[in-house]
Ligand binder design. Structure first.
Ligand SMILES: Cc1cc2nc3c(=O)[nH]c(=O)nc-3n(C[C@H](O)[C@H](O)[C@H](O)COP(=O)(O)O)c2cc1C
Length: 372
């Protein structure tokens, strides 16, 4: 098990409607004041990162959407330690614009910005803004070029590149970002193309919620491929977290979310993503196997099962760490209240269990050395 503490991120609710497609009451808002205060609460609670979302138009509800780079900067300005990850869609963004924007934000915020390169699942969105919709693996080929290019711009002078999607000639960005070698690069998606790209170029691989076994299969695949490429990649997993004093309360909240699901919006989302999932040739992409209930949390966050008492959740988080997970990305029903509760009740237990596991493995190592 990694000696480093597992890290925590939360989803920035920068689109309306919260993180579940349900008519249940959600004391969560997408507006900037709510989000600034949430970032401050999360920082105090011990969260390491906040992840924004990029959406150009409504889908599964999400009628209003604040833009991801702008809101990430606002949240960085409102905090001191929190790292904020801006979601980016190659296509709408040109890599030169992004590299420049992020270099400036990195200087403005003392080196705390990161990016999440997402490859897109929503054909209607691309049509809406007049962007060509590439087939699944082509989207990933473009994303890989995008990442190679932003890394090149951030780290080299006189950068040149000849790809199928992007070309650069002797280009020098000044100033370079503050973070060395460059701001962290996350990516989101679970298909074979996503895993292959992570194993080649990304610093972090973010995947949808899943069981421990489902996550382990992805981690093993990525780590083996990354090792063959001489590359290292860390793993982040999505989870919709429902922590309550008793397991019954937590399960009742999950049931209410599902009972009050906005079926029309969930089914429309299901149609859009199934089409996106089928487009992944091996059929292993996000949502390829999602049921109606899974889709009520639009990144399969119930599957990770961080639903129960603080102790149950802490134990499951440590089990995820044991199969190679480096970060848990949490969504919550009532963000401000639940992020604070998580920091107070769950996080200390995670640290306690991590320390115990560390001591146990140290003792095992000493015993093995004594035997040798
Ligand atoms: C943690 C995470 C965050 C994501 N954020 C966004 C986002 O903000 N905007 C977006 O259009 N897609 C987002 N996606 C979707 C992915 O970019 C991708 O389109 C989707 O997962 C399908 O890819 P796959 O077939 O490789 O699984 C996200 C995915 C994950 C796992």
């Amino acid at each position: 098990m990694s000696r480093e503490n597992i890290k925590f991120a939360y989803w920035v609710p920068n689109v309306s409607g919260g993180l579940v497609v349900s008519k249940i009451e959600q004391r969560t808002s997408w507006d900037i004041d709510y989000n600034r205060k949430l970032a401050q609460i999360a920082e105090k609670a011990g969260f390491d990162y906040a992840l924004s979302q990029i959406r150009f138009t409504a889908g599964y509800g999400a009628e209003y959407q604040h833009e991801s780079v702008a809101i990430s900067h606002a949240l960085l300005a409102a905090t001191e330690k929190l790292r904020v990850i801006a979601a980016i869609l190659p296509g709408p963004w040109h890599p030169a614009v992004l590299a420049k924007q992020i270099a400036t934000i990195d200087h403005l915020t003392g080196g705390r910005v990161a990016v999440n390169i997402v490859s897109g699942w929503f054909r209607g969105e691309f049509h809406g803004i007049g962007e060509p919709w590439l087939e699944h693996d082509e989207r990933y080929r473009r994303s890989q070029e995008f990442i190679e290019v932003i890394k090149g711009i951030w780290t080299q002078d006189n950068f040149s590149y000849r790809g199928d999607f992007y070309r650069f000639h002797d280009y020098t960005l000044k100033p370079k970002p503050l973070q060395q070698p460059h701001p962290e690069i996350f990516q989101g998606g679970s298909s074979r193309a996503a895993r292959d790209m992570a194993a080649r170029v990304s610093d972090w691989y973010f995947t949808n919620g899943n069981s421990v076994d489902g996550i382990k299969a992805q981690v093993d695949d990525i780590r083996a491929k990354a090792a063959a490429n001489g590359h290292e990649v860390k793993i982040g997993v999505n989870a919709f977290i429902i922590a309550r004093d008793t397991e019954e309360e937590a399960r009742a909240v999950l049931q209410e979310i599902i009972d009050k699901a906005d079926s029309e919006a969930v089914n429309a989302f299901g149609d859009a993503v199934k089409q996106a999932g089928k487009a992944s040739p091996e059929g292993e992409g996000n949502w390829a196997k999602s049921t109606f209930e899974d889709l009520v949390q639009y990144n399969d966050g119930f599957k990770t099962n961080l639903i129960g008492t603080p102790r149950q959740i802490a134990e499951r988080i440590v089990a995820l760490k044991a199969v190679g997970v480096d970060l848990v990305l949490g969504g919550f029903l009532h963000f401000q209240e639940e992020v604070a509760y998580f920091g107070e009740k769950v996080l200390p237990l995670v640290r306690e269990l991590e320390a115990k596991a560390q001591t146990a493995s140290g003792e095992r190592e000493e015993a093995t050395e004594a035997l040798a």
